[in-house]
Design a protein around this ligand. Sequence first.
Ligand code: NAD
Length: 321
Amino acid sequence: MVNDKRKVVLVGTGMVGMSYAYALLNQNACDELVLIDLNKKRAEGEAMDLNHGLAFSGANMKISSGEYVDCKDADIVAVCAGVAQQPGETRLALLKRNAKVFRSIVDPVTASGFDGIFLVATNPVDIMTRITYMLSGFNPKKVLGTGTALDTARLRYLLGEYLRVDPRNVHAYVMGEHGDSEFVPWSQAQVATKSILELCAENPEIDREQLKCIEQDVQEAAYKIIEAKNATYYGIGMAMARITRAILGDENSVLTVSAMLKGEYGQTDVFAGVPCIINKNGVQRVLKLSLSQEEAGRLGESCQVLRDCFQELSREEQDDC
Ligand code: NAD
């Protein structure tokens, strides 16, 4: 910890940012929370609103709106700022605009003397995490994205419902891109210590095809929520609060964050969602699961999607120079 107070600075007080802030408050997850947004008035209003809830919470948090200099002694800077897709705008054009937004954020954060951990949620999260790493020049252990943490929570919830087991006793992960190429390595999925594939083989009531449907439901969850209510924010806010608690509590918890791969699973030159040990150092290490050959291939394909996207962005930016 940078100081004896657990301090978080949140950049981007939109729906995701404020769901995160609200979860932090309800879980008493930090001692000090500073809110920053391009729209200063909004950040001020959000700080007031949260402060008025303090009397009803078990937390004794100091909450304020602030400036980038406040990052100096923060343990975590969480970035949920971003611009929304314009009608007709391509994914690459949106990415270029968000890369610009990140430059206007990461530079002043690092200029403040910040030496903590960056936690990124802005989409496409794996690419934005890599951009944060490049702009900050930080040790990659200290730059992580929410990756497939939320997708993994969705998977465990759906498997828990199907198998009628508490999701906390379901151990299964979504890996790769937080997006269309993500996948579930079923060979590594377990209920307690029992393999789910073995459960399938032994129990005719558990249908292998249904597992595929659950994987598809996880991949499509965000689309369905956005269709119904235009955005997703509570789940990701809670996922961010979970990652924050793992960092501030030095928990050594396993969470599927977007981390830099340096040869793990045969992958380099990419940030992708993989199970990692998370503690006060950020990504303490990437866990190397015993993926089947087919699963390792799927992870490779997903990482290639991310590398191609990043290279496309880099080429576009060079052309603009
Ligand atoms: P939002 O539009 O409600 O909020 C974005 C906020 O960013 C706004 O308050 C805006 O003023 C602020 N902002 C824009 N440019 C800024 C800048 N240069 N400096 C500071 N603040 C700036 O959007 P949202 O619904 O909160 O979503 C935020 C991001 O989170 C999006 O990229 C979204 O796709 C992403 N998201 C990620 C996940 C995930 O699993 N990682 C899930 C849901 C949403």
